[in-house]
Design a protein around this ligand. Structure first.
Ligand SMILES: Nc1ncnc2c1ncn2[C@@H]1O[C@H](COP(=O)(O)OP(=O)(O)OP(=O)(O)O)[C@@H](O)[C@H]1O
Length: 255
């Protein structure tokens, strides 16, 4: 384990994509397209620009922002699924993540097999996972569906499995995308109880949510992202005030 005071350090991170557009609308483009040689136009696009923050042990950071603001991109960078174009990310601890639905499980495998596969990815032996298995199944409440390939799961079932695995692999850092939103209310409460338990156990949590109430209740710090940039950063009340002002329909219509 690193001696750094911070479990996550993100320094001036940017992520760039090239967006491809097809030229259309002219007779020439119709002719080129009909020959099967589509003329592409490229556009530079920064999904994240100059993002910096640090997360200490046992702290919970909430990230809020409108659709496409760059929240999931930030989580994928922190978990190493994608690499930054610029800047530096240091993660000093064992991470477990619950990202967008579809990430992390093999669709053709059953939940049972995915549990063991994920355990191996997190560095646990089969025996270790056998000890954790009952807890994962109990928490997820998937019961008779545990031997069904996960491609047949509903998004809520998928989320239950992903959350149950993520909390059972003893992380020092838990990264949670807004997927909790797809669960039913009773399961959502159970997840929040579990997140509270992890907070008390000094796990650092990076948490994306569209719900200002969740960020206010649950987080020690917050970031508001818009168009890939940090607009506000600080305590949840400060950040949510800015978010609510800027995303309020009256404010938008007068801009
Ligand atoms: N691989 C990619 N190639 C091109 N653009 C991408 C890629 N991945 C993400 N983007 C773009 O980056 C921007 C940020 O996406 P991201 O998924 O991080 O947003 P988000 O804040 O999580 O949105 P939402 O609230 O809708 O989940 C979007 O405009 C998205 O289209």
């Amino acid at each position: 384990m690193s001696s750094s005071k911070y479990l996550i350090e993100v320094d001036n991170v940017s992520k760039y994509y090239k967006l491809h557009h097809e030229r259309k609308g002219t007779l020439q483009s119709w002719f080129i397209n009909s020959l099967g040689r589509k003329k592409k136009l490229d556009e530079d696009f920064w999904a994240l620009k100059d993002v910096s923050f640090k997360l200490g042990r046992g702290r919970t950071l909430g990230v809020i922002g409108r659709n496409g603001a760059g929240k999931s991109t930030l989580l994928k960078l922190v978990t190493g699924i994608i690499q930054p174009t610029e800047g530096r990310i240091r993660v000093n601890g064992r991470v477990s993540a619950m990202l967008e639905l579809g990430t992390g499980f093999h669709p053709d495998l059953t939940a049972r097999d995915n549990i063991f596969l994920n355990g191996a990815i997190y560095g646990f032996s089969k025996k270790d996972m056998e000890q954790r298995y009952d807890r994962i199944v109990d928490f997820s409440e998937l019961g008779k569906f545990i031997d069904t390939p996960v491609k047949h799961y509903s998004s809520g079932m998928y989320m239950r499995l992903a959350f149950a695995v993520a909390i059972t692999v003893n992380p020092e850092i838990l990264v949670v995308d807004e997927v909790l939103a797809v669960g039913d209310a009773a399961f959502g409460r159970k997840c929040y109880d579990e997140l509270e338990r992890m907070k008390k156990a000094n796990v650092s949590i990076l948490f994306v949510s569209h719900g200002p109430g969740e960020i206010a209740r649950f987080c020690d710090e917050a970031i508001y992202l818009a168009n890939g940039r940090i607009v506000a950063q600080g305590t949840p009340p400060e950040v949510l005030k800015m978010y609510e002002q800027q995303t309020n329909p009256t404010f938008i219509s007068t801009r």
